[in-house]
Design a protein around this ligand. Sequence first.
Ligand SMILES: [Zn+2]
Length: 462
Amino acid sequence: MPAASPASFAPDSGPRSAAATPQPVDLILTDIDWLVTCDPAMTVIESGAVAIRGDRIVALGPTDQLTARFAAAQRVALTGHLLLPGLVNTHAHAAMSLFRGLADDLPLERWLFEVIFPAESRHMNADRVHLGTLLAGLEMLQGGITTCCDGYFFEEAAALAFQETGMRAVLGQGVVDFPAPDLADPSRLEDRLSAFAEAFPHADGRLKPGLFCHAPYTCGPATLQRVKGICRERDWLFQIHLNETRDETARLTAEHGEPPTLYLDRLGVLDHRTLCAHAVWMQREEIERLAERRTAVSHNVHSNMKLASGVAPVPAMIAAGITVGLGTDGCASNNTLDLFREMDRTAKLHKAVSGDPTVCPARQVLHLATLGGAAALGLAELTGSIEAGKKADLVALDLRQPHLTPLYDPVSHLVYCARASDVTQVWIDGRRVVQDRRVLTLDGDEVRREAAAAGAMIGRGR
Ligand SMILES: [Zn+2]
């Protein structure tokens, strides 16, 4: 496995002649059994350490070297642990955690139009979105997800919830051409989106607004172009569900006389600030077009399996150069927000369907859940890997467990053995948000109690 030479980590500036005077930092994590950086070379350091000042990583390397170079206000020894960057969930509808298990074992269109859309119009309001997003945040933080790309209605309420969790998030305000829970009259879309834009002065640097056109079959061409135009003016991420089911893809292809990806490109909505979720039923020319436009894809393997949508051509999309991330999708179609499970299934499903056990190897899949996902969201400069200068979004896993023993390759273990429940500590922006498996930013018991009570009401009102 790739053990780094210490010489390759001299990240902060300045000559070493002043070695006698350790530089002050706020926090140093030491004695990490395995430091899995998820940098572009997927560098792994044995017995590593990370020095943090404010919200940034200052340096990383072997523990003995870093402890000699830095004097830390706080030192946390992570003996028996593996440290990796915070995981990046590239597609979620966080508030739908309140619909967990509400409708299983249905085809997507019946699930969506007979259960989910009616439940949303009946039960979702700003308070419920806030609560559902807190519940999702609790689950994601406990499972080592530090960045989430969300898409839903009442997204200002989701923003408040994400702010409370301390997570990093892209907040896609949902758009459809029919009455939505937060917009009874779709002709007032401009007003709705203006209000959303104005709501964002409260957001801190971890929250990035964006817009989310639900799909090419729920948003007409004028809406798609207008919403993408707003995103372009503001440098916001534009999200859309694309080619999720075979029927939807065939219908749209017949309607527009070309495959949906080419139709979207003709409308001018594909570029490097567009993220397509699913991309299951993709023709060769559609894959090439996404690659040409540098448009990213979120692969949501569990959601695609549970709704029997199909198997996205992930190996072909990666080979074409498309930036791919991993998403949980909403809880109603998964039913958990656990990127360790997504990694495991991604690595295995594509082997099973291709008959080739070398496709989607562990290193590649871990990249999708970290730096690849960050790149898909336009956040690769900030997060997704443990590198000097980047935000200190870090996750520690306790390796001292039967299912993680013995350990030959930490990258393989992260994809094929680790579980969300192995996460013990999480830092975001250098601030500890999970300690000994407990989320520090939220009252977890209270959130669970309120969510269970909301679920009881939703269940009765079905
Ligand atoms: Zn989705």
